[in-house]
Design a protein around this ligand. Structure first.
Ligand SMILES: NC(=O)c1ccc[n+]([C@@H]2O[C@H](COP(=O)([O-])OP(=O)(O)OC[C@H]3O[C@@H](n4cnc5c(N)ncnc54)[C@H](OP(=O)(O)O)[C@@H]3O)[C@@H](O)[C@H]2O)c1
Length: 275
């Protein structure tokens, strides 16, 4: 991938290559977004840096300032409460034209601009863990100093690991509660469906495959037909058939309301994380 004016290959730093950062780097490498030598990762502990460097075949150090200096695009992947300190630490490397992309939950673009103490381009992103397989979704919003070209670069980066949507910053905590936390909610649903399969006599491995592929297939139906989920549900629901009996149990058990409450609670928590 090349820079905004297309004259050179981009160099990307990922500062805080933990679970999410690691997933993104693996996704970038798998999608051949960049050659390995153009990715500069950092972590907090030297021994983890050495292990990760071997594992991923890229430069991994604990030197944020040097990694930021090397890169055109700097991804911030530390915990929300660490973001401002990290930005202050790399401030001398934030020369004109550099793009900061934070994927920390809760941290506002204005807080990052303030910590940088200069008119720096900041994009806030909220990716999710299926990015590892190229099946993620990342919502992006732009800070005050981001050009259209820089937003396009961020979209290109995240589109190598899934879909992207651009939203207003006021929606980012809701995105965190829905698609950031969402994989965990859906794993619980898949686990419960598989458990149900075992309960009605299926071998566990078959029940897990049936549950996971059904979830995947249903998600693809929504995305690829563009039909409303309620209409797709109606197509499965034969009058006086078995599905409608199952749906009655779901409604009585409050699945719908429980999921709505889960996303609302996760959204509220996302508002608090940056302190
Ligand atoms: N997990 C998700 O599904 C998800 C989804 C979207 C966004 N996020 C966001 O991603 C961020 C990280 O979350 P995570 O789940 O990936 O947590 P994590 O696994 O704990 O990752 C944090 C990473 O930051 C590193 N680190 C700590 N201090 C550092 C420093 N001073 N300089 C450089 N690296 C440092 C840690 O290094 P060591 O390993 O050496 O301690 C660790 O690798 C959070 O802000 C979160 O909101 C997470």
């Amino acid at each position: 991938m090349t820079s905004a004016n297309g004259d050179k290959m981009l160099r990307v730093a990922v500062l805080g290559t933990g679970k999410m950062g690691g997933i993104l780097v693996q996704g970038f490498l798998k999608a051949k977004l960049l050659p390995a030598e153009n990715i500069f990762a950092t972590v907090g502990h030297a021994e983890r840096a050495a292990r990760l460097s071997k594992e991923l075949g890229i430069s991994v150090t604990t030197d944020n300032v040097e990694a930021a200096k090397q890169a055109d695009v700097i991804l911030l992947g530390v915990k929300p409460l660490q973001v401002a300190d990290l930005v202050k630490q790399i401030q001398p490397s934030l020369t004109a034209g550099k793009l900061l992309i934070s994927f920390a939950a809760s941290v506002k673009t204005s807080a990052i601009e303030d910590a940088a103490q200069r008119d720096i381009a900041v994009i806030r992103a909220m990716p999710n863990t299926p990015s590892m397989l190229g099946a993620g979704i990342a919502a992006l919003c732009r800070g005050r100093f981001v050009s259209d070209e820089q937003l396009e670069i961020a979209q290109k980066i995240f589109s190598t690991v899934g879909r992207t949507v651009v939203v207003d910053e006021k929606h980012m905590d809701a995105v965190t509660g829905l698609s950031g936390s969402g994989p965990a909610f859906l794993y619980i649903i898949i686990e419960a469906l598989a458990e149900a399969g075992v309960n009605v006599g299926l071998p566990r491995d078959i029940a897990t495959q049936l549950a996971a592929q059904t979830t995947y297939g249903a998600a693809r139906m929504v995305l690829e037909t563009g039909s409303h989920p309620a209409l797709l549900k109606d197509e499965v629901t034969t009058p006086a058939g078995c599905t409608v009996d199952g749906i009655l149990e779901l409604e009585e058990g409050g699945l719908r309301v429980t999921l709505i409450k889960a996303v609302k609670r996760a959204t509220m928590r996302a508002k608090e994380l940056a302190g």
